[in-house]
Design a protein around this ligand. Structure first.
Ligand code: HEM
Length: 501
């Protein structure tokens, strides 16, 4: 493990290696360490003509990408750097479980970071919808266009003091959700039917309220099954699942419009229409709304209308399943660790202003059961990674989900210990003793999650209300986690929500 103190030294060594290599190219007289070529990086074996594509067929290494252990098996078999060559127009991939190398690439690519993924969304917004304007949003834009968009929205979406202003309304949402959950429990105090969708509904109401500056009222018990709210929840879920097929696996959609591709274009269009409906609803309510805290939409409308619409739409895309699954993971881990749950309850009912243990509980669940598996950057130059030459144009995948549960990076890595985020430096469990680039639930640097502060406030507020109101228990085997573009916690949802007396 590399300690924080040693990191600058490591960087220097890496830089030196680069310098030495350059000298070696310039002059054969200097004896230097040569970099091994890209194609010597270990990886699943290739066959003539088809390369590595057969590994994606049923029974192959990636045959069941939904199995969340796939990447760990890959790393166990081939080591901390695993190569996959270019396939069907997709750039080559490098899976990395070495945090030093992750740090090197993430820091070096932090000026105009290119995060691959969601190419189908990019295609929809740039090509399929030709009437669209110059900007398409943070998820799908790159380069200077992305940077300009990001600079416009950063102050509205990331400043802690701006985000804090949503605390009151998010608490109202949380309390309303508790009322709904109490009403939805069966005689065994369980919510077995569509628990995942219930969590999505909470996340939609929360992010919708922040984005649009008004309540969506999606907790209405008479909300029809075909209401825009339920349609949006289903649409977001289907989109992540379809994008997974098109963008995270080899697919021929770039050459031929496959049925999945056609379905994706319909879904993106459906999402666009639904978000237009919500934005119009938000704008209508703005006219009569009392003068309380403005939503993101209203704040951005004062700056740039196009940016305001796209950002609101992306919030309703990226902010639903992410927050919902993180709350479910936290509830599960707290249910399985009743001592931690009791400690948390003590904190949330004590009215202390700073709820450090609550924050630590959620951080720890993002370490053990992250909703986003990892992160990625496309290289814009050549790198020396673990002695191998990694060319420009490679999609490097940082396997945070796997690194975060490796004992070499986190002591007692598989245990749920929120205290590790709070103890002092002398404690071996102290998070500072772990490599900071092993864990990265919200990504890194200039391109890190724009919704992070909002998501944290939403989740803190809701988890606090849940633990204040319910003794949460779980019985039976752990929930299954299915890896699509996100990690989804699937039923049966064996939660028991007992009232706190
Ligand atoms: C638990 C909740 C969430 C997690 C774990 C999460 C995680 C992430 C990660 C890992 C990235 C990639 C960052 C990078 O490339 O370095 C990201 C990007 C992004 N997230 Fe989140 N996210 C969450 C909630 C949200 C919410 C609530 C919103 C809505 C406001 C949101 C909107 C976005 C957007 C728009 C991007 C693209 C940012 C850019 O490329 O500039 N996320 N998120």
């Amino acid at each position: 493990m590399q300690t924080t103190k040693l990191r600058p030294l490591f960087q220097l060594i890496s830089i030196n290696k680069e310098v030495i290599r350059t000298v070696a190219v310039a002059s054969t007289a200097v004896k230097t360490e040569a970099l091994k070529p890209w194609n010597e990086i270990p990886g699943p074996p290739s066959l003539p003509i088809i390369g590595q594509i057969h590994h994606f067929l049923p029974g192959g290494t990636f045959g069941d990408m939904k199995d969340p252990d796939t990447i760990m098996r890959l790393l166990d078999t081939y080591g901390p750097a695993v190569r996959l060559d270019s396939m069907l127009g997709k750039p080559p991939l490098l899976f990395l479980s070495d945090p030093d190398s992750a740090e090197l690439v993430l820091r070096s690519e932090n000026w105009l970071p290119y995060r691959p993924g969601f190419q189908s969304l990019e295609f929809y917004r740039n090509d399929y919808k030709k009437d669209k304007g110059r900007v398409t949003g943070l998820i799908s834009d790159h380069g200077e266009v992305w940077k300009e968009f990001r600079s416009t929205v950063n102050p509205v979406m990331l400043q802690p003091k701006t985000i804090k202003l949503y605390a009151k309304v998010l608490d109202e949402v949380a309390q309303d959700m508790i009322v709904r959950m109490k009403a939805n429990r069966d005689e065994k105090n369980m919510i077995t039917k569509d628990f995942d969708k219930e969590m999505n509904l909470w996340a939609l109401e929360s992010i919708g309220t922040v984005a649009l500056g008004c309540r969506l009222n999606s907790f209405d018990p008479n909300l029809p099954a075909d209401s825009p709210e339920w349609q949006l929840i289903q649409c977001v879920h289907d989109l992540f699942s379809t994008a997974n097929e098109l963008d995270f696996k080899p697919s021929i959609w770039r050459y031929y419009a496959t049925p999945t591709f056609k379905q994706a274009m319909k879904l993106y269009e459906h999402h666009e229409n639904l978000t237009k409906y919500f934005i119009n609803k938000g704008k209508e309510q703005l006219k009569t709304k009392p003068d309380n805290e403005k939503g993101v939409l209203e704040k951005l409308l004062e700056i740039n209308e196009e940016v305001a619409h796209i950002m609101a739409s992306d919030m309703l895309f990226a902010g639903v399943d992410t927050a919902a699954n993180t709350v479910t993971a936290t509830l599960y881990l707290l249910a399985k660790n009743p001592d931690k749950q009791a400690k948390l309850r003590e904190e949330v009912t004590s009215n202390v202003e700073k709820r450090s243990y609550l924050r630590a509980c959620i951080k720890e669940s993002l370490r053990l059961m992250p909703v986003v598996s990892g992160n990625a950057r496309r290289t814009t130059k050549e790198y020396n990674i673990l002695g191998y030459q990694v060319p420009k144009g490679v999609d490097v995948i940082f396997t945070h989900r796997e690194m975060s549960v490796m004992d070499k990076y986190y002591p007692k890595a598989k245990e749920y210990i929120p205290e590790r985020w709070l103890t002092n430096k002398d404690d071996p469990l102290h998070y500072g003793n772990a490599h900071p680039f092993a864990y990265g639930p919200f990504g890194f640097g200039a391109r890190s999650c724009i919704g992070r502060r909002i998501a944290e406030l939403e989740m803190d507020t809701f988890v606090a209300r849940l633990i204040e109101n319910f003794q949460v228990e779980w019985f039976g085997p752990p929930p299954t986690v299915v890896q699509e573009a996100l990690n989804y916690i699937k039923g049966p949802y064996n939660f028991v929500f007992k009232d706190i007396k």
